[in-house]
Design a protein around this ligand. Structure first.
Ligand SMILES: [Zn+2]
Length: 222
């Protein structure tokens, strides 16, 4: 437990607009070459992935891998059931790659006054800069596909196969977390799992957890 506490202390803990903590949970071996980051929820109106991250935390990481789990990078939106954060910003339009001014506060895809204007997106960037994950998986809803673009396509396609789920290559919207990571860390993969609407059926949760653990063992595909 003492070692676990030290490891947790080594990673930054975020704070949302309303002061809620954003806590990463470290599973497995921090010295492992295969490092995966999983974010259960960034759009607060799309919370289904958090059932998967909860089960993943209980399952742990396979030997030789490290998996870092952030159940919710947008805890205020999750508490309110809103897509955006407490400022009404769509966090997944607030990252500094291909950012564009979109909408106004409260609009579904409002991208914020400038890139990284929000503490939650700044936290995600700080965490990814620290971890340098080979693979980052972001859970969303409700499109029912794994989606990726560019350097993330091969790994995302493999992940979809492991999860027995449809895959599509789709260009990233403006200012997304995945597009930013792809530019900041060439050779890494960052992609989106769009779960269907509603809660994930219990039997299906285990399939997702197995797929995450398997891709952690396999590592990034190029
Ligand atoms: Zn979403």
């Amino acid at each position: 437990m003492r070692l676990l506490a030290l490891l947790l202390a080594a990673l930054p803990i975020g704070s949302s607009v309303d002061g809620r903590a954003i806590r990463p949970v470290v599973l497995g071996d921090p010295a492992a070459a295969h490092r995966v980051l999983v974010v259960g929820c960034i759009h607060g109106s799309e919370p289904a992935g958090m059932a998967i991250t909860r089960r993943l935390i209980a399952a742990g990481a396979p030997a030789g891998t490290e998996i870092v789990v952030v159940p919710a990078v947008n805890p205020d939106g999750c508490a309110r059931g809103t897509r955006g954060n407490a400022h009404g910003v769509d966090l997944n339009r607030n990252f500094p790659s291909n950012w564009s001014a979109i909408g106004h506060p409260g609009d579904l895809q409002y991208s914020g006054p400038h890139p990284l204007s929000e503490p939650e997106s700044r936290y995600a960037v700080a965490l990814i800069e620290r971890l340098r994950p080979q693979i980052t998986i972001w859970f969303h809803q409700p499109q029912g596909i794994v989606r990726a673009w560019g350097q993330s396509v091969a790994t995302a396609r493999r992940f979809a196969a492991l999860a027995r789920y449809p895959y599509r290559s789709i260009e990233w919207p403006y200012g997304t977390a995945s597009n930013w990571q792809n530019h900041r860390f060439p050779g890494t993969a960052s992609f989106v799992v769009e779960l269907p609407p509603g809660p994930v059926p219990t039997a299906r949760i285990g399939v997702w957890v197995r797929a995450v653990r398997e891709i952690a063992v396999e590592g990034v595909r190029r």
